[in-house]
Design a binder for this molecule. Structure first.
Ligand code: ADP
Ligand code: MG
Length: 554
């Protein structure tokens, strides 16, 4: 149809808009960042499409974003000359189909931490709706690159929107114009110094130039030049510039915990700018474990779907800009490219290497990273055999002797007792319960440190019989705990040694009583005060892993 029609927002979108206006009120500034980020995305999509179809650019090849204010009418316009939207795309993207992050975002808001959550909006793919925090009506007029038609979407954000044709002379020649009819108390968003300040602080490094038109008929003035931050030499970049860029690319509003910026030269040439976030992104534990590195080729955005890092580094945010990949390959072909495999290897090693260095030089800063992402990094211990050494260097643990500190495996090894051959651990759900376990009595009495592993992932990497510096990992709940080579801390605490025939008679008695309920009954050094405990067989899953398998119905 070509007539104007009224359509209702999908229920989730309606609720989201209601919340946006009524509860996420604390930091409205971010609406501008979100609209600029959409405009920049649209320009980058066009740049990519135009590789194969240069005619899409027509006589207007340079991407640009224009912000225009009209203080008298209390209107603010954000316009781009990017890819634009068709009627269907507009209806879908702006209201009828709730995006995957909509629910997740609302749950975060409902959980109460509102101030922070307005900041996080970009992460959830619902950024556009933040326009309704400052506007009581929004018009979007768009003309798709190469199209002879233009469309207008219009809404007051209260349940429905209108969509219909727009006259070509009211529409941008190409791209999208978003017109905000500002609320009374948001009129200051038409002040030029305010707009300039916001653009510079929030969007100074989007890779598209931004200009400002202060009032109707004024001339456009450049306020951000669109130079890609990652091509600048490190020495010329200020920490605030990195933070600003990180916030834009990650949709997070915290400080990055680590910044990794380098240029690889030699057989492959590429630049990398990557960040470890200061807090956990909301989708960290999504089933698909999707990565978040964007791929550029000579400053042209190609895709954010290329697997540029292993899954266990999915918390890293950033981009790779390759000088060697061909611009005109399809996204699918890029995935298969041996060049990409080499890049993947290069950046994975570099990121792990930088983390190892950080762990050595600034243990405190590294500890924060481990608290947030250690549980993800540990997936690498069983997924990435080649880099297990590196990952073991990064791993930190709580143990029976660590208190609240984190111990590395090097710490563990240097504290090993004479005669101790293995790295002992106990896995379970809860640290307090582990610490109270009778299975630890004997180890404590011998002064042995036992790692307390409380993440489900621990049961997986420990079952692949890893070794660290030649020392095997051993579960204290598994097999015979032969501690006889290791001296007791306090010899007086040694339990009375019964003669072996008495022990044998007693074990035979217990075995008869328990029958098929147990596979064996054995004497052990692992107990001091308690009389008995359950252990798993020498080979096979330990007690915690057995529980996990049972819970999974196997
Ligand atoms: P996200 O940017 O994370 O996809 P948004 O809520 O910000 O989520 O935007 C929703 C969608 O609306 C975008 O994915 C895009 O398809 C469309 N869109 C928004 N603004 C523009 C624009 N200026 N040009 C083209 N498409 C746009
Ligand atoms: Mg967006």
């Amino acid at each position: 149809t070509t007539a104007t029609e009224t359509r209702t927002f999908e229920a989730d979108v309606s609720r989201l808009l209601h919340m946006m206006v009524h509860s996420v009120y604390s930091d409205r500034d971010i609406f501008l960042r979100e609209l600029i980020s959409n405009a920049a995305d649209a320009c980058e999509k066009l740049r990519f499409e135009a590789i194969g179809r240069p005619e899409l650019l027509g006589d207007d090849p340079k991407p640009r974003i224009t912000i225009a204010a009209d203080p008298d009418k209390k209107q603010l316009v954000v316009e781009d000359n990017g890819i634009g939207m068709s009627r269907d795309e507009m209806a879908e993207a702006l209201g009828t189909i709730a995006r995957s992050g909509t629910r997740a975002f609302m749950e975060r808001i409902e959980s109460g931490k509102t101030g922070e959550d307005a900041q996080l909006i970009g992460q959830f793919g619902v950024g556009f709706y933040s326009a309704f925090m400052v506007a009581d009506k929004v018009d979007v007029i768009s003309r798709q690159a190469g199209s002879e038609e233009a469309w207008r979407w219009s809404s007051d954000g209260k349940g429905s929107f209108e969509i219909g044709p727009a006259a070509l002379d009211e529409a941008p020649q190409r791209g999208t114009r978003v017109v905000l009819h500002l609320m009374e108390d948001a009129a200051s968003y038409t002040e030029s110094y305010q707009l300039e300040r916001l653009v510079k602080s929030q969007s100074g490094h989007v890779p598209v130039p931004i200009s400002l038109v202060e009032k109707p008929a004024a001339e456009a003035r450049d306020i951000a030049d669109g130079t890609a931050l990652w091509v600048k030499p490190k020495s010329e970049i200020k920490p605030e510039e990195y933070t600003d860029f990180y916030r834009g690319i990650a949709g997070q509003y915290d400080e990055p915990a680590a910044t990794i910026h380098f240029r690889a030269e030699g057989r492959q040439e590429y630049s990398v700018l990557a960040f470890v976030p200061g807090s956990r992104p909301f989708d960290l534990f999504d089933q698909d474990r999707k990565g978040h590195m964007k791929l550029y080729v000579r400053r042209v955005f190609i895709t954010d779907d290329a697997d540029l890092l292993p899954r266990y580094l999915r918390f890293v945010r950033g981009l790779v800009d390759s000088a060697d990949l061909p611009l005109n390959v399809s996204r699918e072909m890029i995935q298969e490219s041996p060049l990409l495999a080499a890049i993947r290897k290069g950046i994975t090693n570099r990121i792990l290497g930088d983390l190892v260095k950080l762990a050595e030089n600034d243990a405190q800063a590294y500890a924060k990273i481990w608290e947030n992402f250690g549980v993800v990094l540990k997936e690498g211990l069983y997924e990435d055999y080649e880099r297990r050494e590196q990952l073991f260097k990064l791993a930190r643990f709580r143990s029976t002797t660590s208190g609240e500190e984190l111990h590395s495996l090097a710490d563990y090894v240097s504290a090993m007792k004479e005669g101790q051959k293995a790295i002992f651990y106990m896995a379970g759900d809860d640290r307090g319960r582990l610490e109270a376990s009778p299975q630890l009595e004997g180890f404590r009495a011998h002064g042995l440190e036992v790692l307390l592993l409380t993440d489900p992932v621990d049961s997986f990497w420990t079952t692949i019989t890893p070794e660290f510096e030649g020392k095997p990992f051993r579960s204290v709940t598994q097999g015979a705990a032969d501690l006889s080579d290791i001296p007791l801390l306090d010899d007086a605490a040694k339990p009375d040694t019964e003669t072996s025939s008495e022990i044998a008679t007693f074990l035979a008695f217990v075995k008869t009583v328990l029958g098929d309920a147990v596979s064996d009954v054995k004497p052990s050094d692992r107990l001091m005060e308690s009389a008995v405990c359950l252990v798993a067989p020498e080979h096979g899953p330990d007690r915690q892993f057995e529980r996990l398998l049972n819970a999974a119905g196997r």
